[in-house]
Design a protein around this ligand. Structure first.
Ligand code: 1CP
Length: 354
């Protein structure tokens, strides 16, 4: 084809955005801002379009995915959109019997705990998720110069849902498998790495400008166990999506002790939760990486003055870093006042304008 594809056009339009420049550690006109879970229940327009439609079904409808992804971009003037989906969508797409239960999260009908169970994790093919490719095509056309972030769950976090059968506080079944049957564990994570890499590639090929690998629950591990039992699979994912010119972001919660290794796994940008200051995160991650974070999402309940004070602390702690992307330390809490988010974007843009 001689005409540039729509995907290429979308990425070209977004190439010089503040967000992608920051990912590449280039000078920016202002510090870019987006929020994990910026789409979702904090927005009345989200609750309205989701009414009566189950979560997983909404992820499979390109019209809805497009509308929900665009809602926070319209409302908050954030510097990036994040594709509306869920980390369990590719697992559902390969035939795992699971559902997202309101107020609970992903629930898996038959947990994966034995070698025989592994056969249920077949490779993911683009034809399993046509609605993802279609929605991203619609989105990149609408977004223009605003970059679209694709995402996936990292092997450990996906394994946690599959092995536990649902959300878990202590991940005891997951850790039992990891410590008790390292060979089966390695095979499980390797299969999940292939599924995750395929899901990210599908999003990149459809036009996503960046990807974020969510290892939300990996902060439950000690660094030595992370290095031995998880990092090889996460590295496999990052290696598989290298070479597309698309920045790779890596985020987890409670990962202060793992930040260096999470960068080493192959990320270009390391996400930081609110438990350590950004200047300390810079030291732990080491040179050459951009950082994303890290306002405590609960600060948004404290009133405008407190939000601005705490946001400025984040900006000051990251002031010497080439490549800071302002975000929360985890997702927007459902009862957050959306106006507080809009004002926060405005504050960061105004106070970092170069
Ligand atoms: O009905 C609803 O509104 C259900 C709530 C909800 C939403 C809005 C779920 C169920 N998933 C989502 C969308 C979603 N999930 C996005 C949308 C894009 C955006 O950020 O705006 C993203 C990025 C995810 C990714 C996701 N799902 C993660 C990683 C991010 C994180 O928060 O750490 C995880 C761990 C999940 C699992 C999940 N899905 C839903 C819930 C409530 C949970 C967490 C459950 C638990 O505590 O284990």
């Amino acid at each position: 084809r001689t005409e540039p594809s729509q995907q290429q056009t979308g990425r070209t339009a977004a190439h010089d955005s503040a967000f992608l420049r920051a990912c590449r550690r280039e000078p920016v006109p202002h510090t870019p801002v987006w929020f994990m879970r910026q789409a979702g229940r904090s927005l009345p327009e989200y609750r309205k379009v989701r009414e009566g439609i189950p979560m997983l079904e909404s992820c499979m409808r390109p019209d809805l995915v497009t509308e929900i992804t665009l809602q926070p971009v319209r409302r908050h003037n954030v510097d990036a959109a994040i594709f509306f989906s869920d980390i369990v969508v590719p697992l559902k797409a390969i035939g795992i019997d699971l559902d997202i239960k309101p107020g609970v999260g992903p629930v898996v009908a038959q947990p994966i705990r034995t070698r025989a169970d592994l056969d249920r994790l077949r490779p993911l093919d683009p034809s399993d998720v046509p609605y993802v490719t279609e929605a991203i095509g619609l989105l990149t056309a609408e977004l223009g110069a605003t970059p679209l972030i694709g995402f996936a769950g990292a092997p450990f976090t996906l394994a946690s849902y599959l092995v536990e059968g649902g959300p878990s506080r202590n991940h005891e079944h997951t850790k039992a498998l990891m410590y008790g049957d390292p060979e089966l564990w390695a095979d499980l994570l390797d299969r999940l790495a292939d599924i995750t890499a395929a899901f990210l590639k599908i999003q990149i090929e459809a036009g996503a400008s960046a990807v974020q690998l969510f290892d939300s629950w990996v902060g439950a591990l000690a660094p030595a166990d992370y290095r031995r039992s998880v990092m090889p699979a996460s590295t496999k994912v990052f290696d598989a999506v290298a070479g597309h010119g698309v920045p790779r972001i890596h985020f987890g919660v409670g990962t202060g002790e793992l930040l260096g290794l999470m960068g080493e796994a192959g990320a270009d940008v390391v996400g930081v939760d609110w438990r350590i200051p950004m200047d300390e995160a810079v030291r732990r991650v080491g040179p050459g990486k951009a950082l994303q974070g890290n306002l405590d999402p609960a600060v948004l309940f404290a009133g405008r003055e407190a939000v601005e004070t705490k946001a400025q602390e984040v900006l000051d702690a990251a002031a010497d870093l080439p490549g800071h992307i302002f975000n929360l330390g985890h997702g927007v809490l459902p009862s957050t006042d959306p106006d507080a988010l809009t004002r926060l974007v405005e504050y960061v843009h105004e106070h970092t304008a170069r």
